[in-house]
Ligand binder design. Structure first.
Ligand code: UD1
Ligand code: CA
Length: 471
């Protein structure tokens, strides 16, 4: 491919059919915005320069694009006067005058870098002034048609509204992705007129200009047409989202992941899985989640930006920004909030919520607990129904449970508090003060067993056990 490659991404359109306060290209599928997917494909080409044309909602769109691909030059198109006008602004903003220029749309999330690369290579090999990535489709309605002469050479691209009835029957259409020789593009942009049905400056008119100048025009059909499809409304967005997911899930299966029910499994584009991971039905692996070999996820689990260790099991859980160690067990019905770190071989069991908690190697929180702002040492076991009370009404405090602690059931650890190595706590203990290593902490009054048969009007219940006498 040419050593000088400019990519122009068109992202100025309004997207009225989305009926959204969010700009069209910022709508997400597969864990990235639509324009985010396009930029990922563009980045794969390693272009010399990237220009994005922004207009509608550019306060949102511009910074988003620059956050994803910082070298992008933003060109502002105040008024959407057509793709030819948009590209002219982009060329002026970038100062491009040599090499190859690729024009893509910001709303085609399934586009792959490899397809762009192959297209640019075909364009360059055929020494075209302009080339279009085309597609042969059953329903060409709405697209620019590729008009070829008897020899099969491309004569023009005719937009839907300007096409004759015969031209409307042409099944070969323009994807809107075009490649140009930069010199030809710079010369022809000022010559595009807007004398057409929409009164817009059509970039596709460059094809006719090239023909008139006796230059070569290429149209290279792409087999995988869906890569060029844009989403104009939320129905199309969901369709593309489903197709993207189908492709991602299929790729992971080919790479050695078992997915029991691909239809109910959702995997974002940036997720990384290892061979022999098993994903059970109803699971969503989102964001930058990473799962190690032999781990079993699901059923009915959603993990966003989580790291799951080798051989871990996560059953019916919801997690975000949590790290689960090798061979650890989570769930069923666990809520892993940000900052949860479970060590290798550890356990976060049924109906347990964790937040900002480091749970050591082999440590266990098996049942019905809240663990927040805490450190739990290696091998400790937290009793069923234990609550880490972190908030005193003004600020939050940390709890430290050292190694090998045996917690009783139904405890409350009132932070800040430290429970030393090898300590134990009694059932129902409310731990407000530090527990020295190796001691047993009990709290609460002694048990009183009262005589049920005492007359209702009797002022004092009668003691029936020796405990009562002590208190
Ligand atoms: C365009 C093509 C058509 C092709 C179709 C593929 C032209 C004239 N027509 O038609 O041949 O079949 O795409 O989807 O190019 N945009 C701007 N500024 C503008 C106008 C558009 O940035 O002033 C952006 C839009 O946001 C969009 C892209 O350019 O991302 C295409 O524009 P759109 O108006 O949707 O063109 P179509 O009529 O679909
Ligand atoms: Ca369009």
């Amino acid at each position: 491919m040419a050593s000088d490659l400019t990519v122009i991404v068109l992202a100025a359109g309004g997207g009225t059919r989305m009926k959204s306060k969010t700009a069209k290209v910022l709508h997400e599928i597969g864990g990235r915005t639509m324009v985010g997917h396009v930029l990922a494909a563009v980045r794969a080409l390693d272009p010399t320069r990237v220009v994005a044309v922004v207009g509608h909602q550019r306060e949102q769109v511009g910074p988003h694009i620059q956050a994803l691909l910082p070298e992008t030059v933003l060109a502002v198109q105040q008024e959407q006067r057509g793709t030819g006008h948009a590209v002219r602004i982009a060329v002026e903003a970038s100062g491009t005058s040599s090499g190859t220029v690729l024009v893509a749309n910001g709303d085609t999330p399934l586009l792959r870098g490899g397809s762009l690369r192959a297209f640019a290579a075909e364009h360059e090999a055929a020494q075209c002034a302009v080339s279009v990535l085309s597609g042969i489709v059953d329903e060409p309605f709405g697209y620019g048609r590729i008009v070829r002469n008897e020899e099969g050479d491309v004569e023009a691209i005719v937009e839907e509204n300007d096409a004759t009835p015969d031209q409307r029957d042409i099944p070969e259409i323009s994807s809107g992705i075009l490649a140009f020789d930069a010199e030809f593009l710079t010369e022809s942009l000022p010559r595009i007129g807007n004398d057409n049905a929409k009164g817009e400056y059509y970039l596709t008119d460059t094809v006719g200009l090239a023909r008139d100048a006796g230059l070569t025009v290429g149209a290279f059909p792409i087999d995988d047409w869906v890569q060029t499809q844009g989403a104009n409304d939320r129905v199309q967005l969901a369709d593309l989202g489903r197709e993207l997911n189908r492709r991602i899930v299929e790729q992971w299966m080919r790479d050695g992941v078992t997915v029991m029910d691909p239809e109910s499994t959702w995997i974002d584009a940036d997720v990384r899985l290892s061979p022999d991971v098993i994903v059970l039905p109803g699971s969503q692996l989102l964001g930058a989640t990473v799962v190690g070999e032999d781990a079993v996820i699901g059923p009915d689990t959603s993990l966003k930006d989580c790291e799951i260790g080798v051989g871990a099991r996560v059953v019916r859980a919801h997690g975000e920004l949590a790290v689960i160690g090798d061979g650890a067990n989570v769930g069923p019905f666990a809520y892993l909030r940000p900052g949860t770190r479970l060590g290798p071989g550890g356990k976060i069991g049924a109906f347990v919520e964790t937040k900002n908690a480091r749970i050591g190697d082999g440590a266990k929180v098996p049942h019905l607990s809240y663990v927040g702002d805490a450190e739990i040492g290696e091998g400790s076991n937290i009793g069923a129904g234990t609550i880490f009370a972190t908030y005193d009404g003004t600020s939050k405090h940390r709890t430290t449970v050292d190694k090998g602690v045996q917690g009783g059931a139904n405890n409350t650890f009132v932070a800040p508090v430290v429970i030393g190595d090898g300590a134990m706590t009694g059932g129902g203990a409310v731990v407000r003060r530090d527990v020295p290593p190796g001691t047993l902490a009990v709290s609460g009054g002694p048990q009183r067993n009262l005589d049920r048969r005492a007359p209702r009007d009797h002022p004092e219940p009668q003691p029936v056990s020796p405990d009562e006498a002590e208190s």
